[in-house]
Design a protein. Sequence first.
Length: 321
Amino acid sequence: MDIKQLKALVTVAEVGSVTRAAELLHLVQPAVTRQIRTLEEELGVPLFERTRQGMRPTEAGAIMVDRARRALNELERARAEVQPTPGAVTGIVTIGLLESTSDLLSEPLVSAVAHHHPGVELRLMTAYSGHLQQWLDDGDLDLTLLYNLDSTPSLNARPLVREHLWAVAPPSAGLRADRPVPFSEAASHPLVMPASGHALRTLIDGAAARAGAAMDVVVQTNSMRVQKQLVLAGHGWTVLPGVGIAEDVAQGSLSAAPLCEPDVWRSIVLGTPRSGRTPPAVQVVARELVRQINSAVTQGRWPSAQAQGTAADVPPHPGAS
């Protein structure tokens, strides 16, 4: 088993065609076919099946593709780390952002890293907290934002920010940031909710229990964007973190107010693996992410949020005065 075989395996799986994979790898088609066949003979199992839609990995093939992709990514990262520009931090960093925070943080983070550390290549992944935690545990992420999570045997969780959850409604409801809404009032409306089992839904269900309020859930979804679309279309109210609706409220497409009676908070943490060394590139990206979060809170771009880490916790950029 060698790197060329692994590259052929992953490329064929991604494009679904030996011919197309050969073009991308700058090889002749028989060479790619031979690499796949040699790998299958070594493993003793078929890795692909031919369908009308193209080459599709078998169950064993899907496992191998997943592991091979990780191995190739690790080799790519190692190459970047051991061949750096003198005095510069280099490498590839894969970072997870909560869907609700991606609009606020993605562009400033990319710009700051490009300015201060041009040798660092960022790869951004967005998802809900449960998926991000799984990807971190699986080794697919170097660091990620998570919420309502303490440190575990597999990861360190550093508190970053604490924020209110908000009742969100169409503009006609006239909700305002300076007039908190009791949970029982929000629950008196039809509700568009995150799907059961989602960490945000667990927070909301807990608040409903404390308020003694029965919720009329008319639809559930795993997409924050769909939640907002359905509210705007008049299907009901919803509950979301302030960071996820700040721009919508500013544009007047939604109205929102912090929940009260009880207050409902979520705590966002920076999750990093406990095992293995932390490359310098990951360290500088983690520091930059904390800076961007503190900046967003300080400047009021993150509604009803309280920073739990301060700028003093973050070392300055190398060479900064």
